[in-house]
Design a protein around this ligand. Structure first.
Ligand code: NDP
Ligand code: DXP
Ligand code: MN
Length: 382
């Protein structure tokens, strides 16, 4: 039987690479439903090629504009309800969550509630409401299969190993666009410079998160929830080449690492084929040609937002929700050219310092904290 796949965020970096993987194996996969934000030209093209049963876009106006461009018979919806349609109200077996930001939370919960298996790229969802997402997945018997490269690596390293034997995991970090600059040199950096990731071609928001080390902070919290590890069992190491995607150290001090060229089609494909592996069109890793790999200890003074992420994760409750939402709003301001790079840090620190953590927050409290943090971050000025 072919696996029916829906993609939330099919027009983004993960979404397009997911379709690339799926289109190579027509005997294994069909595309059930696709969602875009505002890139309606690309969505219309994807609909012509992949013939989903449903598509959705961000607004009614965009829906009116794309309607005439779609092949006949495709159901069209929009907005939050549109995302729910693509996530849950269809025959998909597998939903790839490739939306950016905590707007992925509601549709992801809807997909889990409907019993769909999840290929999880949208890390903000797990950071914002990890306790609710993992509890619902457990209750519905749904697997959260990681797509994020580090978490796919850990997932592959843990495969079949006794969980009690895990001493710690190490997430590798490239260091981002400014890894060789001092804090003083960050004062005048431009959006254009920040968007130049050394190893990966990704969406704008995650590329900025890599430069601030927020991405690794979100990934630490993502790993906490995905692998049920305490924060003391999670470490971060700078590895500029992004060849070792992450590794697990066991209690006998054996380390199992997962390696490969930086190409997201590998973890996307593994999530889709798990527990099987199939041939990949990607370039195999040639270690002899590469010669040397480098590692550096994480410098928490250089990257204070990673320290803040550990603190927010350990505080738990609504603190990660606020860390994430303040970051989303701050990054949006930076990308619009409205604030300097280092203001992202100042905003998150200030918004977190004004937040009284709610323990075990319900969904409505998560949304309220998320909205509050965004408002505070949007209003921030020096
Ligand atoms: N890119 C990567 O290599 C990796 C990404 N991730 C994670 O995967 C997720 C996606 O990242 P990435 O693909 O880079 O992001 P992109 O910005 O490239 O794509 C985001 C997707 O979300 C859609 N979207 C944005 N706003 C809305 C909205 N209001 N309503 C509906 N859809 C919307 C976009 O649609 P449109 O473009 O049509 O507006 C696009 O399809 C993030 O959580 C990221 O952290 C994790 C590991 C690696
Ligand atoms: C490809 C991927 O998973 C990204 O999250 C990547 O890890 C970003 O790189 P750094 O955060 O290590 O710079
Ligand atoms: Mn990652």
């Amino acid at each position: 039987m072919k696996k029916k796949v829906s993609i939330l965020g099919s027009t983004g970096s993960i979404g397009t690479q997911s379709l690339d993987v799926i289109s190579r194996y027509p005997e294994l996969y069909t595309v059930e439903a696709l969602s875009a934000g505002s890139n309606i030209e690309l969505l219309a093209e994807q609909a012509r090629v992949h013939r989903p049963k449903k598509v959705s876009v961000a607004t009614k106006e965009l829906a009116d504009r794309i309607r005439g461009e779609l092949p006949p018979g495709i159901e069209l919806s929009f907005g939050e309800q549109g995302l729910i349609e693509i996530a849950a109200h269809n025959d998909a077996d597998f939903v790839i969550t490739a939306l950016v930001g905590s707007q992925g939370l509601k549709p992801t919960l809807a997909a889990i509630d409907a019993g769909k298996q999840i290929g999880l790229a949208n890390k903000e969802t797990l950071v914002s409401a990890g306790h609710l997402v993992t509890a619902l997945a457990k209750q519905r018997g749904v697997s959260l299969l990681p797509i994020d490269s580090e978490h796919s690596a850990i997932f592959q390293c843990l495969n079949g190993e006794p969980r009690a034997a895990v001493r710690k995991i190490t997430l590798t970090a490239s260091g981002g666009s400014f890894r060789d600059r001092s804090r003083e040199e960050l004062a005048g950096v431009t959006v254009e410079d920040a968007l130049k990731h050394p190893n990966w071609s990704m969406g704008a928001k995650i590329t900025i998160d890599s430069a601030t080390m927020v991405n690794k902070g979100l990934e630490v919290m993502e790993a906490h929830w995905l692998f049920d590890l305490s924060y003391n069992q999670i470490e971060v190491l700078i590895h500029p080449e992004s060849i070792i995607h992450s590794y697990v150290e066991f209690n006998d001090h054996s380390i199992i690492a997962q390696m490969g060229n930086p190409d997201m089609r590998v973890p996307i494909q593994y999530a889709l084929t798990y527990p099987d592996r199939i041939a990949s069109p990607t370039e195999p890793l040639n270690l002899a040609r590469l010669g040397t790999l480098h590692f550096r200890e994480m410098d928490y003074d250089r990257f204070p937002l990673l320290r803040m992420a550990f603190e927010a994760g350990r505080a738990g409750g609504s603190a990660p929700t606020v860390y994430n939402a303040a970051n989303e709003a701050a990054v949006a301001r930076f990308l619009r050219g409205g604030i300097p790079f280092l203001a992202i840090e100042a905003i998150i620190e200030e918004v977190l310092s004004r937040h009284d953590t709610i323990h075990e927050p319900q969904l409505d409290e998560i949304f309220a904290c998320d909205a509050w943090a965004r408002k505070e971050a949007a209003a921030w000025h020096k």
